[in-house]
Design a protein around this ligand. Structure first.
Ligand SMILES: [Zn+2]
Length: 353
């Protein structure tokens, strides 16, 4: 399918009507990430999406959002019981408040993690996944993303298992969504913030940074890697080599705004000018090369000491998905106040052939 048409149809299913929960937005966001990290080799390929992986990503999106905001728990549903948020809260409680992500929670509390995933899988199948492709006001579904004919309000775990616990994206959808992620993700975030404002009347226009709470990074959590990184890699900016100050930023090499990967393999020390100049831009290929070539053993040791996964394979897969999907000549950030055109005529190994 033509990516532009695909994008228009995705926006159309979200644009009209008032949502009763943010689950559809979360589901789409999780699908975008999944497509980037599992980009098929050919643009017209289908892609199977295991529901447990989708559930993991959805939980990860809500992970930071369920923290109290201004002393309140934010509502994300007009229903009295928001199943996914309840599952996220239960897992947070079981794995310790400081678990920075669902990946850490899975390591610390595997049984509680399995329980949460199971609940979210069922909720996704019963609610957003079978309503996502229905235009508001229409009673029939227009399954342009995946076949949803087996999904319904009361589907059971055993029926899901008969369908391999997965949905399958139609030909061209995975590649198209990965290419569109840079456009769709910010649009989803804007809709999400609007929904949360509507569902939480105490948030008047004066209330600060709801978007930051929902989609920003918890800087206090990231700070835990600063000193260990300085010891392991030296107190220098990853991009320009300048000596970094005491409270220098931690930067996500693959932009946080595009793929929310917090693994150590995606994190570097940066100076403030480089960090703010780069912002959400796509970095030049050589920076991705360099970050993937850092000493694996050192990173794995840090991962054990900090209880913080490196997610090396995930970073490599996302890098492949992002750069393969880019049109030739797109501008990338190549250092403070400088850009260069993407050139992958000599593709690095992680990009594939
Ligand atoms: Zn710098």
């Amino acid at each position: 399918m033509d990516p532009l048409l695909l994008g228009q149809r995705v926006i159309a299913i979200l644009e009209t009507g008032l949502r009763t929960a943010t689950y559809k937005l979360a589901t789409l966001m999780a699908l975008l990430e999944h497509c980037i990290e599992n980009l098929p080799d050919r643009p017209d390929e289908m892609l199977k999406v295991p529901l447990s992986e989708l559930a993991h990503r959805v939980l990860d999106v809500y992970w930071h959002q369920v923290r109290p905001f201004d002393g309140h728990e934010l509502r994300q549903s007009t229903q009295p019981r928001a199943r996914i948020l309840i599952a996220a809260n239960a897992l947070r409680a079981a794995s310790g408040r400081l678990a920075g992500s669902v990946y850490v929670a899975r390591l610390r509390a595997p049984a509680d993690y399995a329980k949460a995933i199971n609940e979210v899988v069922l909720c996704l199948a019963q609610q957003p996944l079978h309503r996502l492709q229905r235009l508001p006001g229409s009673s029939t579904s227009d399954p342009f993303l995946y076949d949803d004919s087996f999904l319904h309000d009361h589907i059971t775990r055993s029926t899901l298992r008969e369908h391999d616990d997965a949905i399958e994206l139609k030909p061209g959808v995975a590649y198209g969504l990965a290419r569109l992620a840079g456009l769709l993700k910010p649009a989803l975030e804007i809709m999400w913030v609007e929904d949360v404002r509507r569902m939480n009347k105490f948030l008047d226009a004066e209330v600060p940074d709801v978007a930051g709470h929902l989609f920003g990074r918890e800087r206090t959590t990231l700070a835990a890697v600063r000193e260990p990184f300085k010891e392991a890699f030296g107190p220098h900016c990853f991009y320009c080599g300048a000596h970094v100050s005491a409270n220098n930023p931690i930067d996500h090499v693959l932009p946080w705004s595009l793929v929310g990967i917090d693994g150590l393999s995606n994190l570097v020390l940066a100076c403030t000018p480089c960090n703010s100049d780069k912002s959400g831009a796509l970095p030049a290929v050589r920076f991705v090369d360099q970050v993937l070539q850092r000493d694996r053993e050192t990173l794995e040791q840090l991962a054990v000491a900090l209880q913080w996964p490196t997610q090396h394979d995930r970073v490599a897969a996302a890098a492949r998905g992002i750069y393969r999907g880019q049109p030739a000549g797109v501008l990338t950030w190549s250092g403070f106040k400088s850009v260069e055109r993407l050139d992958i005529s000599f593709p690095p190994p992680w990009i594939g052939s």
